[in-house]
Write a protein that binds this ligand. Sequence first.
Ligand code: BV8
Ligand code: ZN
Length: 241
Amino acid sequence: MSPTPLQIAAQRLALAGKVAVLTGAGISAESGVPTFRGPGGLWENHRPEDLATPQAFARDPELVWRWYNWRRRLIAGCAPNPAHLALAALEQRVGDFTLLTQNVDGLHRLAGSRNLLEVHGNLWMVRCTVCGALYEERGLGLPARPACRQCGGLLRPHVVWFGESLDSAILDRAWRAAAGCQAMLVVGTSAVVQPAAGLASVAKQAGAFVIEVNLEPTPNSREVDVSLMGKAGEILPQLVD
Ligand code: BV8
Ligand code: ZN
């Protein structure tokens, strides 16, 4: 009997000495975190592309902070799901493992992942728009205009908004992890946001075996080696075991 796509994927993953994983909002969906472009991705009829921008924050910082406070409060009640935990387990077994996430929810670190690059930042970190102070702020009832504890200036979430460049050092490390891996796992991303989504092509063009896990086909699907359709929380534990 010929091996199933899942068996092929699991075998290539097990053989790879260097593994890179790229995750998107879909890996946190089963934890209860709404995705950006799926059902329920909207908030008070605003699109993320309209709120996650420097222009929106300059125009109405209190609206943008209301959205982030809503997300922080929601995510504070969410736990890592079996998909996050499977990746933390995989990291323990692979010699050279890098997890690249577009998510800002912090669930990978909570699940135990260590070699993790949060390419779009982390919504539990705040940055002062005046003095640049950067620190963790876990408060759930932040004021409408949260103030820097150093200088009193207006704080912003330490995330990458549309039209903002990713941190070049982080992007360089992410690019090198993608270009140097033998196998890449792409989980729960609609692959529309660049440059993060392009990391899958970087791995493919560098000769990696690329496995996609998603509920539906994405722009990456035609160039990956194996496309596994289904829930990350169900497929990843099978892939990793
Ligand atoms: C940049 C942080 C250089 C904030 C995010 C035209 C005009 C303007 C800009 C552009 C343009 N064309 C391209 C751009 C560039 C732009 C971009 O890509 N836009 C897109 C919308 C076309 N990119 C940028 O601006 C980036 N910066 O390019 O810098 C530059 C500099 C100056 C000027 C120009 C360029 C910065 C992008 C970062 C934006 N920040 N988030 C925050 O989160 O608060 S992006 C946001 O989308 C999240 O990070 C999210 O992770 C990311 C991608 O979304 P996904 O993770 O893929 O989630 P999505 O909901 O889309 O999909 C979920 C998937 O999961 C689906 O496929 C679904 O089927 C699947 N799924 C669901 N449930 C499950 C599942 N799979 C498995 N199991 C399940 N249970
Ligand atoms: Zn400050």
